[in-house]
Design a binder for this molecule. Structure first.
Ligand code: GLA
Length: 407
């Protein structure tokens, strides 16, 4: 049985035990690895993520009531809410004027995991004007690691949005469904994230990355050709869990917005590497370093796409390394564990390595020749032990297809 088949079976079994019947269908959506382009999405910039071969499966069926019922492998029990109550539950207080900046109020009203599927139901009803949407039962099973920076949340959102889109006949396209997922994340969960994760989860393609312009939402497929080049992407999950609803992520976002205002542009996307000399004269040193990360990272994404297309994946290592240095030194979102993971991987033969995702924990990725994969895993494990860190979780991922109906 493949991992995919196992998750499909888990979602079906959970559905049957929770709701006493079989689902009408199963939909799934993947987590993602961001190859390069970190904290550029909410600055209207460029990103280059790919969907991974770890997915969330949502088994679903209309239940003939006005209620949504959700079960998941994240926690025991069924969360049940009337469709009409979703409008009073969301948006989260975090998004309401005058609310405390770090409020994540739904944690108090429903289990935190349930804010994702219920937030999607809320946002999809609004987007599709599907006010007559009927009640539905959902059972969610996932093998996307939670808190690892691999977008387990976008995978839930993508699977549930795809299921409800079909069951409600809403007719939204994949980009609109990504926007529904992002709205759930921003307003129902209260995490002020960009659109990258949801777009990667909806649009992913086998053996390819998605080159996304986050201003226009124009997406180009970029062939990766890792397998043909004898390369693997090794994930080193530090198991230092993170959340983007609070703290550092929000703070970095605010610094970027401040930088854009000081430069007199709508978003940092509009600042080029050549503008950095001026940027340094109009802002404080910390804001400047935040800005410099975003501006140079946007450039690195475009360089990576050019390099992948003209030379191939073996040549992008230095860009991954430079991206990590920029996040460590300028954006200051790395952790000692991520830095150790990156340097151990490189020393063991990776062509390039960087932390991936929002930072403050989560995972690093290492572009690794196939015959060095075991060395990289062993090197990471022993470097973590030497540093006194808990053992990392190391595994390879493959660029995979985005959201789909499985059955
Ligand atoms: C998280 C967010 C994304 C993006 C990344 C950083 O994954 O969900 O929108 O901002 O962090 O690149």
């Amino acid at each position: 049985m493949t991992a995919d088949e196992a998750m499909d079976a888990a979602a079906r079994a959970l559905f049957a035990t929770s709701f006493g019947t079989d689902p009408a269908g199963v939909w799934s959506a993947p987590g993602r690895v961001n190859l390069i382009g970190e904290h550029t999405d909410y600055n209207d910039g460029f990103v280059l993520p790919f969907a991974i071969d770890r997915r969330t499966h949502a088994a679903a069926r209309p239940n003939g009531t006005g209620r949504v019922r959700v079960a998941s492998t994240f926690a025991d029990g069924i969360v049940e809410v009337a469709l009409d109550d979703l409008d009073t539950m969301f948006p989260a207080d975090a998004a309401r004027p005058g609310a405390a900046p770090n409020a994540v109020p739904n944690a108090a009203r429903v289990a935190q995991w349930a804010a994702y599927p219920l937030g999607v139901a809320w946002a999809l009803r609004l987007a599709a004007a599907a006010r007559t949407a009927a009640g539905v039962d959902l059972a969610i099973a996932s093998d996307v690691p939670v808190g690892a920076g691999l977008s387990s949340s976008a995978a839930i959102e993508g699977a549930v949005a795809s299921a409800l889109n079909d069951l409600w006949g809403a007719g939204l396209d994949p980009v609109a469904l990504a926007q529904v997922g992002r709205r759930a994340e921003n307003e129902a969960v209260g995490a002020p994230t960009g659109i990258m994760d949801q777009m990667a989860s909806m649009l992913g393609r086998t053996d390819a990355a998605i080159f996304l312009d986050c201003r226009t939402l124009h997406a180009d497929v970029v062939d990766l050709g890792f397998a043909a080049a004898g390369l693997e992407i090794v994930v080193i999950d530090t198991r230092v869990s993170h959340t983007h609803a609070t703290g550092g992520y929000r703070d970095r976002r605010e610094a970027c917005e401040r930088g854009a205002v000081l430069m007199g542009v709508p978003a940092l996307r509009d600042v080029s590497v050549a503008d950095l000399a001026r940027a340094q004269t109009v802002m404080d040193a910390t804001t400047f370093r935040r800005v410099r990360h975003v501006v140079t990272e946007n450039q690195r994404v475009q360089d990576a796409v050019r390099t992948l297309r003209s030379v191939g994946p073996t040549a992008i290592g230095p860009l991954l390394d430079a991206s990590h240095a920029s996040m460590r030194d300028d954006f200051e979102i790395s952790t000692p564990e991520l830095d150790v993971a990156v340097s151990a991987a490189r020393a063991a033969g990776a062509l390039g390595a960087r932390m991936t995702g929002g930072g403050f924990g989560g995972a690093a990725i290492a572009l690794t020749p196939r015959d060095r994969v075991d060395h990289v895993a062993a090197a990471a494990a022993s470097a973590f032990e030497k540093a006194g860190f808990a053992a990392p979780h190391v595994f390879s991922v493959e660029p995979s297809d985005g959201a789909r109906r499985d059955a």
